[in-house]
Design a protein around this ligand. Structure first.
Ligand code: GLY
Length: 586
């Protein structure tokens, strides 16, 4: 589906062009670009200014990791609904062969000559004072609002620790990477129509859950072209620039978090903050046909759910069924149902709970599971349980970066719901996450995405909550072919799954794979959700087969970079039309 790049010019409010760190990023006049073809490097993210900041870093000689860090920090300013320093996320990266392309001279870490795939876990953790039943009342009834809104909903933030873990693989001075974000916060930027709409829809929540009114609260309604200035956030970013991770987890920023916790009866302590560390984990790597999929391990459910879905459809002639044909949607929906039933039963933080990953992803197990798929009719979730093993055992945001040296970074980061728990740390200017809701607050009680869980994902102090975030890179003969990811709560894994098979099986270009309507099934509730524009004939046939089909709003905001064939580096980068997402590059 080729559509022209959507270009929205915001009216410049200031007569002079403002220059960020000597780079031509104008926060008062910018446009949304959906697609670009590049020969040097590309950045796709949820906001045009963040994408432009990333490209400015590539142009200054930064590698994909440098650009990803700068983009991530800029998103924390220009996309406060999900970009963050008060949340967490995952980073998957492929570092190409050349050490010179990926490492600062003189640093101890060197890239393997064969290239290297890395996975960095900066997921939030349950505070030490968290308890398994902290969101139940005296009668054992769930109080879901407590895990969603307000101070008690926040997990210990991981993003800043994650950024410094990523920085080991960067090349430029950190001050250069963070300065655009500081400038955007200090001097402001004009907001888009979508941002104005989102800020307006959360005014009541900001007023309810904050102890000190944040800059996001405004007397009159926000409108496109208004300038958002965040001085407190700029000061916090400067402390991070000058003191590193300690500028967030200790000192003044930590004190401001603790004071906020005290005013709002939150439970995050100085020790929780000081003890937080990001973890570099072994990425999940598995073959799919002639490709190699590199994705995030637990606590991303992608390690199991994406792998199960891909390996189950790999055995079938999916491409011959046709894109969004009844046969293809039936197969893909049924594998989604099976994988999400296993997710609910078995998945959680493996640092705390033994997850039987090998069994869940074994060929024999998946073959047995495939036998549960009824031919020519809908399965029924009430009859589908997690597989039996032999004893032993939405608001988020994504960014992709690639550089001409073959380094690629795929980062999904989140506050969980839009604007997280709605609490801005007074004096520090950043929003806290509501990631505690990604735990199972009680078996059988759905979280805000309708996901169920059990013991595997119960709350334990210091444990990381299960996530759907699935930043992914596809390699073709050891070189980056695709960089993919999306926000969307539980729809993340199915959106990544569909985007991969759309490109790898249905041979779509990146634009179509991103923008064609998606569908989603997560076992419970037993509904196939389809986006507007999903083919009516397929939908009608699915109903005849017994599926409960419901149209919902948009699914995900998928970003894709696809390397094009040829001896010289060339790539297409596509930002999702479902939001302000922008692809930039040169
Ligand atoms: N907060 C969404 C996720 O991690 O799945």
């Amino acid at each position: 589906m080729l559509r022209p790049a959507i270009t929205i010019f915001l009216i410049s409010l200031l007569p002079t062009r403002y220059t960020l760190a000597q780079q031509p990023v104008n926060p008062y006049s910018y446009h949304i670009q959906k697609k670009t073809t590049v020969t040097h490097g590309a950045v796709v993210s949820a906001h045009p200014l963040a994408s432009q900041v990333g490209v400015s870093i590539l142009r200054q000689g930064g590698n994909a990791v440098d650009a990803a860090i700068a983009t991530q920090l800029a998103l924390a300013v220009v996309y406060p609904a999900a970009g963050n320093i008060g949340g967490g996320g995952f980073c998957v990266a492929h570092l190409a062969k050349s050490p010179a392309a990926t490492h600062k001279p003189g640093t101890a870490k060197t890239a393997s000559p064969a290239g290297k795939d890395i996975a960095i876990d900066f997921r939030e953790k349950a505070p030490a004072a968290a308890t398994r039943d902290m969101y139940l009342d005296a009668n054992g009834n769930p109080q879901p609002n407590l895990s969603v809104n307000g101070h008690l909903a926040a997990g210990v933030p991981g993003t800043v620790a994650g950024i410094f873990s990523e920085y080991k693989y960067a090349r430029l001075p950190f001050a250069k990477l963070i300065q655009p974000a500081i400038d955007l916060a200090e001097n402001g930027f004009v907001i888009t129509a979508a941002e104005a709409r989102d800020l307006n829809s959360s005014q009541g929540a900001f007023k309810n859950y904050n102890t000190v009114q944040p800059v996001f609260v405004k007397g009159a309604a926000w409108k496109a072209g208004d300038t958002l200035i965040q001085k407190d956030l700029a000061a916090t970013l400067r402390r991070i620039r000058d003191q590193g991770a300690k500028g967030f987890y200790e000192g003044q920023t930590a004190q401001l978090i603790l004071q906020e916790m005290k005013r709002g009866k939150g439970i995050i302590t100085a020790a929780d903050l000081k003890d937080y560390t990001a973890k570099e984990r072994q990425p999940t790597i598995f073959p799919y046909k002639d490709y190699t999929i590199v994705t995030m391990p637990l606590p991303s459910s992608g390690e199991v759910v994406l792998r199960q879905m891909m390996k189950m459809v790999e055995t079938q002639p999916l491409a011959s069924y046709g894109f969004e044909s009844v046969k293809a949607v039936h197969l893909m929906t049924e594998v989604e149902r099976l994988a999400y039933a296993d997710r609910a039963q078995y998945l959680g933080d493996r640092d705390f709970y033994s997850v039987p990953v090998d069994q869940l992803t074994s060929r024999a197990y998946l073959q047995t599971r495939m036998k549960e798929i009824p031919a020519d009719k809908a399965g029924a979730s009430k009859d589908v349980r997690a597989g039996v093993l032999s004893p032993k055992s939405e608001e988020t945001t994504h960014l992709d970066v690639i550089d001409a040296a073959g380094n690629a970074v795929s980062i999904t980061t989140t506050l969980n719901g839009g604007y997280g728990c709605k609490v801005v740390v007074a004096g520090a200017g950043f929003l806290l996450n509501n990631e505690m809701d990604d735990f199972s607050i009680k078996p059988g009680v759905p979280n805000m995405y309708g996901a169920l869980g059990t013991e595997a994902n119960a709350i334990v102090p210091g444990k990381r909550m299960l996530s759907s975030m699935t930043p992914t890179i596809v390699l073709d003969k050891g070189k980056v072919y695709l960089v993919v990811g999306t926000p969307g709560g539980t729809t993340i894994t199915t959106s990544v799954f569909q985007t991969l098979v759309d490109i790898l099986d249905f041979q779509m270009d990146a634009d179509n794979a991103v923008n064609q309507p998606k569908f989603h099934h997560q076992w419970m509730p037993d509904v196939v959700y389809v986006e507007p524009g999903f083919p009516a004939a397929t939908r009608d046939s699915l109903k005849v087969m017994g599926y409960n089909v419901a149209q919902r709003g948009s699914i995900g905001r998928t970003e894709v970079i696809r390397v094009l064939p040829g001896s010289q580096f060339q790539a297409e980068a596509v930002g999702d039309s479902r939001g302000d997402d922008t692809a930039e590059g040169y």
